[in-house]
Design a protein around this ligand. Structure first.
Ligand SMILES: NC(=O)c1ccc[n+]([C@@H]2O[C@H](COP(=O)([O-])OP(=O)(O)OC[C@H]3O[C@@H](n4cnc5c(N)ncnc54)[C@H](OP(=O)(O)O)[C@@H]3O)[C@@H](O)[C@H]2O)c1
Length: 330
């Protein structure tokens, strides 16, 4: 049987377990030009909150009653496709389920000998690519500049700060809680990290950035953004990657002071990782090498079993994950 997790209803505000439904369906059978993948890992990512909503966005929402979307990694178990053979390891958009049926669109073969297969969903996949392109294409950090990144212990943020350091910048993270702050400083090697939940966070952030901020890699928005904004230097760049603290909001929050965008000649540019598809080979070459030779550290938070996916996803929206959140399937 193929266990699947469906979107049962659309959330209003914060999602809950009642928005998901676990069902069992027969295993899919491949038609001509198709293949079936048995999933080994499934990625849980903040963008999935957006897919649960039918508000206009850059991607089609999941329909009520449809399988939740997710990036997955697994093995081809039955193929009637010319380019994918039984036993191939592939990364695809397989969804929250044990098995996926694919015609090859959006699927890529990965080499299980080159790196742990689940890294294709993290450091060597979409989150790593987001960090690499958002920072280097939009942030463009220069030697000696200060780069600040929020959600710094997470899948994207952890890579942003480490690449900033490799490019000669001073990396300052923002993270929730002492454990994450210590990890960002000690294990990931950022120059500093500030706990946004601690009292006096804006003053502590200012103290950690004595020369102001040249690049702010925005992952969270909200009160963290409010504290960062007054510290931006002239000509600072703000890659607007994510606003996770606002994904459950039902009403629009007032934005940053747009006069400062003019006064400080800021570059504020939103992006979606797929805008940079042409950079995929550069990303694989550079981040692959940094990861393999140990210059980029990378932490995973692995949850066992498909049935635990909804709870783990709800935790991601509250900062309960510690590193790239993945679901391991049997
Ligand atoms: N533009 C793109 O193409 C693209 C692609 C991938 C990801 N993203 C965005 O990048 C951001 C990070 O994604 P990720 O996959 O790397 O996830 P992640 O950082 O591994 O996990 C999410 C983290 O966000 C933080 N967070 C959650 N709620 C928060 C809140 N209310 N206020 C402040 N921080 C909160 C938590 O860290 P703390 O405990 O430290 O708060 C949590 O661990 C998200 O905004 C995501 O939407 C964008």
């Amino acid at each position: 049987m193929n266990r699947q997790i469906l979107l049962k209803s659309r959330p209003k505000g914060a999602p809950g377990l009642e928005n998901f439904e676990l069902v069992e369906r027969p295993e899919p059978e491949p038609g001509e030009g198709q293949f079936v993948v048995r999933h080994r890992f499934m990625s849980l990512d903040p963008y999935m909150r957006g897919r649960m909503s039918d508000a206009k966005s850059y991607a089609r929402p999941v329909g009520v009653g449809e399988v939740m979307q997710a990036g997955t990694v697994g093995e081809v178990v039955r193929s009637r496709h010319a380019n994918f053979r039984d036993g191939d390891t592939v990364q695809l958009h397989g969804g929250w389920q044990d098995f996926a049926l694919s015609n090859g669109a959006g699927a890529r073969k990965i080499d299980p000998a080159a790196a742990p297969i689940q890294s294709a969903l993290g450091i060597l996949g979409m989150p790593g690519m987001t960090a690499y392109c958002g920072l280097l294409e939009i942030g463009q950090p220069k030697d000696g500049e200060t780069v600040v990144v929020s959600a710094a212990s997470g899948a994207v943020g952890s890579v942003v700060g480490q690449i900033a350091k490799l490019k000669g910048a001073r990396a300052v993270g923002i993270a929730g809680g002492a454990k994450k702050v210590e990890h960002v400083k000690r294990t990931l090697g950022f120059d500093d990290c500030v706990d946004y939940r601690a009292a006096d966070f804006p003053a502590k952030l200012a103290a950690a950035c004595p020369k102001g901020i040249d690049v702010y890699f925005e992952n969270v928005g909200g009160a963290v953004q409010d504290a960062v904004w007054p510290l931006l230097n002239d000509f600072a760049r703000v890659p607007l990657c994510g606003l996770i603290s606002q994904y459950n909001d039902e009403t629009l929050r007032p934005g940053p002071d747009v006069r400062s965008i003019l006064r400080r000649r800021l570059t504020l540019r939103g992006f979606i990782v797929t805008d940079f598809q042409a950079k995929f080979a550069d990303f694989q070459r550079d981040v692959g090498a940094w990861y393999r030779d140990g210059r980029i550290k990378y932490q995973e938070d692995v949850v066992e079993g498909l049935a635990n996916a909804p709870k783990a996803f709800l935790g991601l929206l509250k900062g309960e994950n510690f590193g790239k959140l993945l679901v391991k399937l049997p």
